[in-house]
Design a protein around this ligand. Sequence first.
Ligand SMILES: Cc1cc2nc3c(=O)[nH]c(=O)nc-3n(C[C@H](O)[C@H](O)[C@H](O)COP(=O)(O)OP(=O)(O)OC[C@H]3O[C@@H](n4cnc5c(N)ncnc54)[C@H](O)[C@@H]3O)c2cc1C
Length: 395
Amino acid sequence: MKKIVIIGAGASGLFASILCGRAGIKVDLYEQNFKPAKKILVSGNGRCNISNRHLSSSDFFSQNPSFVDFALESFGFEKFEKFCNEIGLFLNVLEDGRAYPLSNEAKSVAKIFEDYAKGLGVVFHTETHVTDIKQLMNDSDALIVATGSRAGEHLGGNSDGEEFAQEFGHTSIAPYPSLVQLHLNSQIAKKMSGVKLNAEVTLILNGVKDISVSGDVLFTNYGVSGFAILDISQAVSSALLGYQAVDISVNLLPAFNMQKLSQHISKVAQNMPTLTILDILVGIIPLKIANGLLEELNISNTIKDKEIHTKLAKRIANLMLNWKFEVEDTHGFRHAEVSGGGIDTNEIDEKTMMSKKQRNLYFVGEVLDVVGRRGGYNFAFAWSSAYLAAKNITH
Ligand SMILES: Cc1cc2nc3c(=O)[nH]c(=O)nc-3n(C[C@H](O)[C@H](O)[C@H](O)COP(=O)(O)OP(=O)(O)OC[C@H]3O[C@@H](n4cnc5c(N)ncnc54)[C@H](O)[C@@H]3O)c2cc1C
């Protein structure tokens, strides 16, 4: 009977263990944590955005962008949904393609996967931190490294997988936190902590405008968080790694244009001469933001009436629509959902996930230099890469 070892009982390791266990292979699954699947349990704010109906290589970032193509074609969303249905895990697919367990609870996913694997005879070695990969390799027919990335260190995130790979002569693309909050070099931003708004955020690299994303922006005591920030963070983080000057420009009111906004401010000032500029602004934006904006422009918040002239209204409107902040850093691996970089995929066979340097050694999931956008893509790659490795082992 074939015997394999899997290191890491996260998304990809658990899934590979199930597919190998179903084929009648003896599987030893090693996990350093007390419980498997810690990241599944916290994913999607406890709801687990388990995959996405619309998968393509453009949803992923890697030094080798086409690496994911074969995996996504071989085990795309339909096959994954079919597998979930077979094991009794029903999915709810939203209009935009994001899929969640029908129960809306991540614990359903972790429990069903773990119970099913155990039922197939997969042997779980929990609270076992693997350090000697060569010994395990010698004692098995194949070994799958599914140790994930450094993201979420408190959940088991580490760089063990890259270190294991190095023992076999692999190289790594420098890792960087992704889907992560950002630190801003602005005391004023910190004073706006706690305020959340729907904004448009534009990335500025070395002074040149880059991508823009829309969504929630939450000011915090270190900088900014929120979905729009997470969505832009991959590009920010990789640019910081490359020593580029990174700024973001926040448009607080994407539905307005400069002219409309400045005219509105001037008109209210004219019609309501007793209102201060702060009174006028709180009719448009949250109080903390209004105070921050006036501080940034060095304008007293008590001016009113004719003091609020057209030029000043334009300056205020301009900042509301293009408020530039210098990004100092990300909030780090501990707070990141995922990590970019990882084992260089040029050294991995895209059709099997087997190392090109060592036969019967496989790498799956986030340990590889593949990182997805927000929206279920990171789990999608965990499932499809695990599928290819298991397929090659069990054929
Ligand atoms: C807060 C949060 C929310 C997220 N939400 C989503 C989401 O909604 N949708 C989505 O697609 N993605 C989400 N992700 C990302 C997703 O969780 C990961 O991309 C995915 O879990 C990667 O799977 P993996 O199997 O490669 O690694 P992991 O799931 O991280 O599993 C790796 C396992 O290996 C174990 N391990 C590591 N080293 C060793 C060792 N030496 N010995 C033994 N065991 C070891 C770890 O303890 C861990 O259990 C989220 C991540 C976080 C942190």
